[in-house]
Design a protein around this ligand. Structure first.
Ligand SMILES: [Fe+2]
Ligand SMILES: [Fe+2]
Length: 169
Protein backbone atom coordinates (compact mmCIF):
# COMPACT_ATOMS: atom_id res chain seq x y z
CA UNK A 1 0.00 0.00 0.00
CA UNK A 2 1.09 3.55 -0.69
CA UNK A 3 2.16 5.63 2.24
CA UNK A 4 -0.15 8.32 3.55
CA UNK A 5 2.49 10.85 2.53
CA UNK A 6 2.47 9.67 -1.07
CA UNK A 7 -1.32 9.66 -1.20
CA UNK A 8 -1.49 13.17 0.22
CA UNK A 9 0.97 14.41 -2.39
CA UNK A 10 -1.06 12.76 -5.14
CA UNK A 11 -4.19 14.40 -3.84
CA UNK A 12 -2.43 17.76 -3.80
CA UNK A 13 -1.22 17.34 -7.39
CA UNK A 14 -4.68 16.29 -8.50
CA UNK A 15 -6.20 19.40 -6.95
CA UNK A 16 -3.46 21.50 -8.52
CA UNK A 17 -4.32 20.12 -11.98
CA UNK A 18 -7.97 20.94 -11.32
CA UNK A 19 -7.35 24.58 -10.40
CA UNK A 20 -4.91 24.90 -13.31
CA UNK A 21 -7.68 23.93 -15.72
CA UNK A 22 -10.13 26.20 -13.87
CA UNK A 23 -7.87 29.26 -14.03
CA UNK A 24 -7.07 28.74 -17.69
CA UNK A 25 -10.75 28.30 -18.48
CA UNK A 26 -11.47 31.54 -16.65
CA UNK A 27 -9.02 33.49 -18.78
CA UNK A 28 -11.26 32.61 -21.72
CA UNK A 29 -14.52 33.38 -19.90
CA UNK A 30 -13.62 36.73 -18.32
CA UNK A 31 -13.35 38.68 -21.61
CA UNK A 32 -16.86 37.47 -22.50
CA UNK A 33 -18.16 38.54 -19.10
CA UNK A 34 -16.49 41.90 -19.57
CA UNK A 35 -18.15 42.31 -22.94
CA UNK A 36 -21.48 41.29 -21.44
CA UNK A 37 -21.35 43.86 -18.63
CA UNK A 38 -23.53 46.94 -18.66
CA UNK A 39 -21.65 49.22 -16.27
CA UNK A 40 -18.13 50.37 -16.85
CA UNK A 41 -17.17 49.56 -13.25
CA UNK A 42 -18.09 45.92 -13.69
CA UNK A 43 -16.39 45.71 -17.08
CA UNK A 44 -13.23 47.15 -15.49
CA UNK A 45 -13.44 44.72 -12.60
CA UNK A 46 -13.53 41.78 -15.05
CA UNK A 47 -10.68 43.29 -16.98
CA UNK A 48 -8.53 43.66 -13.89
CA UNK A 49 -9.37 40.17 -12.73
CA UNK A 50 -8.30 38.82 -16.09
CA UNK A 51 -4.79 40.19 -15.51
CA UNK A 52 -4.81 38.75 -11.98
CA UNK A 53 -6.06 35.39 -13.28
CA UNK A 54 -3.20 35.23 -15.77
CA UNK A 55 -0.85 35.63 -12.82
CA UNK A 56 -2.69 32.83 -11.04
CA UNK A 57 -2.08 30.54 -14.01
CA UNK A 58 1.63 31.44 -13.92
CA UNK A 59 1.77 30.82 -10.17
CA UNK A 60 0.27 27.35 -10.52
CA UNK A 61 2.88 26.64 -13.21
CA UNK A 62 5.53 27.79 -10.77
CA UNK A 63 4.24 25.35 -8.16
CA UNK A 64 4.44 22.49 -10.65
CA UNK A 65 8.00 23.56 -11.35
CA UNK A 66 8.85 23.58 -7.67
CA UNK A 67 7.61 20.00 -7.56
CA UNK A 68 9.81 19.16 -10.57
CA UNK A 69 6.78 18.47 -12.69
CA UNK A 70 5.41 19.71 -15.99
CA UNK A 71 2.18 21.63 -15.54
CA UNK A 72 -0.84 19.52 -16.46
CA UNK A 73 -4.49 20.45 -16.43
CA UNK A 74 -7.40 18.20 -15.59
CA UNK A 75 -10.89 19.29 -16.51
CA UNK A 76 -12.63 20.97 -13.60
CA UNK A 77 -16.32 20.12 -13.97
CA UNK A 78 -17.26 22.71 -11.35
CA UNK A 79 -15.60 25.64 -13.14
CA UNK A 80 -16.99 24.42 -16.44
CA UNK A 81 -20.48 24.52 -14.91
CA UNK A 82 -20.00 27.90 -13.23
CA UNK A 83 -18.83 29.48 -16.47
CA UNK A 84 -21.76 27.87 -18.29
CA UNK A 85 -24.11 29.46 -15.77
CA UNK A 86 -22.62 32.89 -16.48
CA UNK A 87 -23.06 32.22 -20.19
CA UNK A 88 -26.71 31.24 -19.66
CA UNK A 89 -27.36 34.39 -17.66
CA UNK A 90 -26.03 36.52 -20.49
CA UNK A 91 -28.34 34.76 -22.90
CA UNK A 92 -31.35 35.19 -20.63
CA UNK A 93 -30.89 38.74 -19.35
CA UNK A 94 -31.20 41.59 -21.85
CA UNK A 95 -28.14 43.56 -22.87
CA UNK A 96 -27.60 47.00 -21.36
CA UNK A 97 -29.54 46.36 -18.14
CA UNK A 98 -28.44 46.65 -14.51
CA UNK A 99 -30.16 43.36 -13.80
CA UNK A 100 -27.73 41.65 -16.17
CA UNK A 101 -24.85 43.13 -14.16
CA UNK A 102 -26.48 41.89 -10.95
CA UNK A 103 -26.66 38.40 -12.50
CA UNK A 104 -23.07 38.54 -13.68
CA UNK A 105 -21.90 39.57 -10.23
CA UNK A 106 -23.65 36.55 -8.73
CA UNK A 107 -22.06 34.25 -11.31
CA UNK A 108 -18.63 35.80 -10.74
CA UNK A 109 -18.91 35.52 -6.95
CA UNK A 110 -19.75 31.83 -7.29
CA UNK A 111 -16.53 31.48 -9.29
CA UNK A 112 -14.50 33.35 -6.66
CA UNK A 113 -15.94 31.21 -3.88
CA UNK A 114 -14.97 28.06 -5.75
CA UNK A 115 -11.45 29.39 -6.12
CA UNK A 116 -11.29 30.42 -2.46
CA UNK A 117 -12.28 26.88 -1.44
CA UNK A 118 -9.76 25.34 -3.83
CA UNK A 119 -6.81 27.53 -2.79
CA UNK A 120 -7.73 27.35 0.89
CA UNK A 121 -7.48 23.57 0.67
CA UNK A 122 -4.26 23.66 -1.37
CA UNK A 123 -2.58 25.99 1.14
CA UNK A 124 -3.59 23.68 3.96
CA UNK A 125 -2.33 20.57 2.16
CA UNK A 126 0.95 22.27 1.27
CA UNK A 127 1.51 23.19 4.92
CA UNK A 128 0.73 19.64 6.03
CA UNK A 129 3.32 18.38 3.55
CA UNK A 130 5.86 20.86 4.90
CA UNK A 131 5.98 22.69 1.56
CA UNK A 132 5.98 26.15 3.07
CA UNK A 133 7.24 28.02 0.02
CA UNK A 134 4.43 26.55 -2.05
CA UNK A 135 1.94 27.36 0.69
CA UNK A 136 3.09 31.01 0.71
CA UNK A 137 2.77 31.28 -3.05
CA UNK A 138 -0.73 29.84 -3.09
CA UNK A 139 -1.69 32.00 -0.12
CA UNK A 140 -1.01 35.08 -2.29
CA UNK A 141 -3.51 33.82 -4.85
CA UNK A 142 -6.00 32.98 -2.10
CA UNK A 143 -5.76 36.56 -0.81
CA UNK A 144 -6.32 37.95 -4.30
CA UNK A 145 -9.40 35.77 -4.81
CA UNK A 146 -10.80 37.10 -1.54
CA UNK A 147 -10.11 40.66 -2.67
CA UNK A 148 -11.91 40.02 -5.97
CA UNK A 149 -14.89 38.64 -4.10
CA UNK A 150 -14.93 41.68 -1.82
CA UNK A 151 -14.78 44.05 -4.79
CA UNK A 152 -17.75 42.30 -6.40
CA UNK A 153 -19.74 42.67 -3.18
CA UNK A 154 -18.89 46.37 -3.12
CA UNK A 155 -20.00 46.79 -6.72
CA UNK A 156 -23.26 45.01 -5.96
CA UNK A 157 -24.12 47.10 -2.91
CA UNK A 158 -22.84 50.36 -4.40
CA UNK A 159 -25.61 50.61 -6.91
CA UNK A 160 -25.81 47.85 -9.45
CA UNK A 161 -28.42 45.96 -7.41
CA UNK A 162 -30.34 49.15 -6.66
CA UNK A 163 -30.31 49.98 -10.35
CA UNK A 164 -31.62 46.52 -11.14
CA UNK A 165 -34.43 46.94 -8.65
CA UNK A 166 -35.62 50.14 -10.32
CA UNK A 167 -35.75 48.71 -13.79
CA UNK A 168 -39.16 48.20 -15.37
CA UNK A 169 -40.15 44.58 -15.95
FE1 LIG B 1 -7.77 32.87 -9.78
FE1 LIG C 1 -10.63 34.62 -9.27
Amino acid sequence: MKSEETMLKELFIDELKDIYWAEKHLTKALPKMKKGSTSEELANAFDEHLAVTEEHVARVEQVFEMLDMTARAKKCEAMDGLVQEAQNLMEELPKGTAVRDAGLIIAAQKVEHYEIAAYGSLVQLAKTMGENEIADLLQQTLDEEKEADQLLTELAVSGINIGADNEPE
